[in-house]
Design a protein around this ligand. Structure first.
Ligand code: S3P
Length: 188
């Protein structure tokens, strides 16, 4: 049984899409950020403020290594998970990673009022998103087996697109995949 991970920039919909995907497949879902906050007993933002980004990345790396051994089969990850090579290797070799690709402009529209993400609490969040995107887009692409454009589709459509990719790759039971031509497949 594969593990499917969602990677991509903050605000690309990894947790929402991941949770819905897990529901469709009847697989367990986990989220690295939620698990990090559970372990730390505080918010990621306050941990960043007190201990800095490298300490956060250490916790994130340990959590990812544990979650790929857990019963969860759909994992949403934090947007910066790919900055460490060890994480990229783990994601690429032990999981089927799906990159939810969104443009910085799209992300900015969704995140402009965000107060939780420490990296975006800056004077010019649009510029920060553009810089992070430039640095990370090649890393997401190098890690993921599948790239899904998040632009217009709804969450339901994105989940359907991922299921179809997974079915084509022989990774999920076709009974979970929506069909546009009717037949034996379940509809979304
Ligand atoms: C981060 C993204 C966040 C969270 C942390 C760092 C990043 O997750 O892990 O604030 O480096 O982009 P989301 O991608 O879920 O926002």
């Amino acid at each position: 049984m594969p593990i499917v991970t969602l990677v991509g920039m903050p605000g690309s919909g990894k947790s929402t899409v991941g949770r819905q995907l897990a529901r469709r497949l009847d697989w367990q879902f986990a989220d690295t950020d939620a698990e990090i906050e559970r372990r730390l007993g505080c918010s990621i933002r306050s941990y960043f403020e007190q201990h800095g980004e490298p300490a956060f990345r250490d916790v994130e790396q340990a959590v990812l290594a544990d979650l790929v051994e857990s019963p969860a089969r759909v994992l949403a990850t934090g947007g910066g998970i790919v900055v460490r090579e060890a994480n990229r290797t783990l994601l690429a070799t032990r999981t089927q990673a799906v990159y939810l690709r969104s443009t910085p402009e799209e992300l900015f529209r969704r995140l402009r009022h965000d107060t939780h993400r420490p990296l975006l609490q800056v004077a010019d969040p649009m510029r920060r998103l553009r810089d992070l995107y430039r640095e990370r887009d090649p890393l997401y692409r190098a890690t993921a087996q599948f790239v899904i454009e998040t632009g217009r589709p709804t969450v339901k459509m994105l989940v359907g697109m991922i299921l179809m990719q997974l079915e084509l790759a022989g990774l999920v039971d076709p009974a979970h995949v929506p069909s546009t031509i009717g037949g034996p497949h379940k509809q979304l």
